[in-house]
Design a protein around this ligand. Structure first.
Ligand SMILES: [Fe+2]
Length: 387
């Protein structure tokens, strides 16, 4: 047998062996990130290296199969990305409008020079069950409801219970306020720990905004955090408007000094918080923040206490926030409920949610009402801001 024939046969045999394996699957269902009034990023995870795309359809009563829907590919610099983690940012959407979507992954079996061998295709259902659906943010919306959980620390069952108490399907958005895992050592840690529960319960259709906690910064996969959350964003600190509220989501970093033995010399959070403070100053002076009737700041660590991280937040963020007068800061981290009214040092109230409760927020007219409920559904506290 000639050498070239033999090599071709070997190539086809390896291709056949690859195709004989089980079909590609969507391993972790899609979830919405960075929702805004004109954009949303959709993230999904396949179980094989693949190319990915989203089909988008208006929510106009037509069958998804009525016509070919436009495709938006997961690309970078003009090339479809071959990866198991996919994301697509859909742009030029209309505010307050409902859309339907379907995600795809097509396995890439082999690449040889400029030849690409594709395998099977997997997609989310649109026939056996209703297509996935989302509604873009709408600054003209006069009411707003949200829920917040934090410090779940891999307790997916607890998250499930808290979502029974406070139904995310009835909310405009969900906040994950940090420490959803204890260590980010693997993709499985994220999805077993809380994300599979989140997508099963709401995250494919209700936007989730993730404020990174100090524990998501720990573990060998911690640098990959943004491959899964806010992958279309420049940074992990963001601001957005929904209804009458502007949300400013901060990333407080770690709680101990960067040189602490626990961080093995890998952290640079002092510089990160300084850089973030410059961004915070600009966002607090923006129309996005100033024009919003209600202003909420989300930060995993509260700016109280004598630990280095909290002291940094107090020194670098609080003076800017004191000038900008937010209605409320929502935090976690301490694993106990605390409500701090505005004081001479911190000129705005700070509500710290415990690690076992769910916090609900509702804005109707000129009133923001916060309710905190335990895992049995009993309301354990309430706080009202009136304008
Ligand atoms: Fe924490």
């Amino acid at each position: 047998m000639k050498k070239t024939t033999f090599l071709l046969l070997l190539s086809w045999l390896s291709l056949f062996a690859a195709t004989a394996q089980k079909n590609i699957q969507i391993k972790h269902q899609p979830y919405l990130q960075d929702m805004d009034s004109s954009e949303v990023t959709i993230v999904w995870i396949a179980d094989q290296p693949s190319v990915g795309w989203v089909e988008l359809a208006p929510d106009d009563g037509s069958h998804f199969y009525q016509q070919e829907r436009p495709r938006y590919y997961d690309t970078r610099n003009g090339i479809k990305r071959v990866d198991s983690i996919h994301f697509v940012t859909l742009k030029n959407l209309e505010p307050g409008r409902a859309y339907r979507y379907r995600v795809y992954a097509q396995e890439v079996l082999q690449q040889q020079s400029n030849r690409v061998f594709y395998g099977d295709v997997a997609a989310t259902a649109v026939y056996k069950q209703a297509p996935l659906r989302f509604v873009t943010n709408n600054p003209a919306k006069q009411s707003l409801s949200f829920l917040m959980v934090n410090d779940i620390h891999d307790r997916s069952d607890l998250l499930d219970e808290l979502l029974d108490v406070s139904d995310p399907a009835t909310k405009d958005l969900v906040l994950f306020n940090g420490d959803m895992v204890s260590f980010l050592n693997s993709q499985d840690a994220l999805f077993d720990g809380f994300m599979d529960c989140a997508t099963r319960r709401f995250a494919s259709e209700v936007p989730m905004y993730y404020c990174r906690g100090n524990h998501e910064t720990r573990g060998e996969k911690a640098p990959d955090f943004q491959r899964y959350f806010m992958p279309g964003s420049d940074k992990l600190y963001i601001a957005f408007r929904q209804g009458t509220a502007c949300f400013v989501i901060l990333d407080g970093g770690e709680d101990k000094p960067d040189s602490d033995i626990e961080y093995a010399g890998i952290n640079c959070y002092d510089d990160y918080r300084s850089e973030q403070a410059r961004w915070l100053e600009s966002v607090l002076n923006s129309d996005l923040y100033r024009d919003a009737p209600f202003k909420l700041v989300i930060c995993h660590m509260p700016p109280f206490g004598d630990w280095h991280g909290s002291r940094e937040l107090f020194e670098k963020f609080v003076p800017l926030l004191n000038d900008a007068k937010p209605d409320l800061m929502l935090s976690g981290h301490l694993h106990q409920k605390q409500i701090h009214p505005a004081s001479a040092e911190v000129h705005f109230p700070v509500i710290i949610n415990s690690n076992n409760d769910v916090l609900e927020g509702e804005i109707i007219g000129n009133e923001l009402k916060i309710k905190i409920k335990d895992r049995s559904g009993k309301q354990v506290d309430e706080y009202v801001v009136k304008h």
